[in-house]
Design a protein around this ligand. Structure first.
Ligand code: AMP
Ligand code: TRP
Length: 328
């Protein structure tokens, strides 16, 4: 049976990119696979963050997971920091990835190229080691993520290969699973940039009210010309909106393109806003209910227990393999 693992960092407001690229699809696995979904709170500490913000973001993500349809009876939802095996495996695995390969990581370069060495914490540099440990601990073979995380899953694969070559078949080889549509949602104000948690104008936040969301879509940057056509190079704005539409409707880009044959940009944008509203309204309602009932508390508590059981087994296996004296 497939083992699925994924997580989201509680660093800021979740965006429509997080939703369409990752969150929305986690539930699709829970009927036929073993699913582990966590809140990557240790990863959130790799750049400065206010403790209260971190706590609230973590509650938000847990609630969004439940609102997306993840069912705690069918999957395991937990906080990374509540399973100590993540930090313990990290301490071992940091010896099997090297400075040269960590320095080449795009995320590290993007985040730290403008900082000097005295500002760059070890955690952000060693980020891929912890992420690899997350994946390895659950023997995950499938890791559903957005496009920006492929490189981190690839370096995990390198690590697994290196480790298994040295110690035998100890670790399961994971693979990133990327959506055909929606793996890279772009900013609405600059569609050549990824929608990220840090651009209030170009981002749609899941906690924005519907009016704000519609307004952001209606004022999204479009391209010259009049045709609604998928052409990311020459029409990045329109292509991004087509992607958002197709992803909300669970259809292909070609089908979306056909729907808007002959449409004017204004009418097309309105239809995109309708599709996003239809998709997010019930989801946001469920989120509000979960926040109000604090349903996430029990889920996270039970999740930590279930996850710890699985993780501690893998940790033991690794400890034994490298020669740590494990006394049961
Ligand atoms: P993060 O917010 O960096 O923890 O990302 C959580 C998940 O959302 C990861 O699987 C990312 O790849 C995915 N993701 C983040 N931004 C986008 C985006 N603009 N489009 C598609 N997926 C995204
Ligand atoms: N690095 C991921 C992100 O920023 C979050 C994450 C941490 C993750 N550990 C993971 C995703 C393990 C998948 C598997 O989006």
């Amino acid at each position: 049976m497939d083992r699925i693992l994924s997580g989201i960092k509680p660093t800021g407001q979740l965006t429509l990119g997080n939703y369409l690229g990752a969150l929305k699809h986690f539930k699709d696995f829970q009927d036929q696979s073993e699913v582990f979904i966590f809140i990557a709170d240790l990863h959130a500490l790799t750049l400065p963050i206010d403790p209260e913000v971190l706590r609230n973001n973590s509650i938000d993500i847990a609630s969004f997971y439940l609102a997306s349809g993840l069912d705690p009876k069918k999957c395991t939802i937990f906080l990374q920091s509540s399973v100590s095996a993540h930090a313990e495996l990290n301490a071992i695995m940091q010896n099997y990835l090297f400075m040269g390969e960590l320095k080449r990581m795009t995320q590290f370069k993007d985040k730290c190229s403008k900082m000097n060495d005295s500002q760059i914490g070890l955690g952000i540099f060693a980020y891929p080691v912890l992420m690899a440990s997350d994946i390895i601990l659950y023997d995950a073979n499938i890791v559903p993520v957005g496009e920006d995380q492929i490189q981190h899953v690839e370096i995990t694969r390198d690590l697994v290969h290196r480790f298994n070559t040295k110690y035998g078949d100890i670790l399961i080889m994971p693979k990133a699973q990327i959506r055909k549509v929606g793996a890279r949602i772009m900013s609405l104000s600059d569609p050549t940039k990824k929608m990220s948690k840090s651009d209030p104008k170009g981002d749609i936040f899941l906690k924005d009210d519907m009016k704000t969301i519609r307004k952001k879509i209606m004022s999204a940057v479009t391209d010259s010309g009049t045709e609604v056509k998928y052409d990311p190079e020459n029409k990045p704005g329109i292509s991004n909106l087509l992607t958002i539409y197709a992803s909300c409707k669970d259809i292909s880009i070609e089908e979306a393109e056909k729907t808007f044959n002959g449409f004017r940009y204004g009418d097309f944008k309105k239809a995109v806003a309708d599709a996003v509203e239809e998709e997010l309204t019930p989801f946001k309602q469920r989120y509000e209910e979960i926040i109000a009932s604090k349903a996430y508390v029990k889920v996270l508590k039970e999740g930590a227990e279930k996850a710890s059981k699985v993780a501690s087994k893998t940790l033991k296996r690794v400890q034994k393999a490298v020669g740590l004296l494990t006394i049961d």
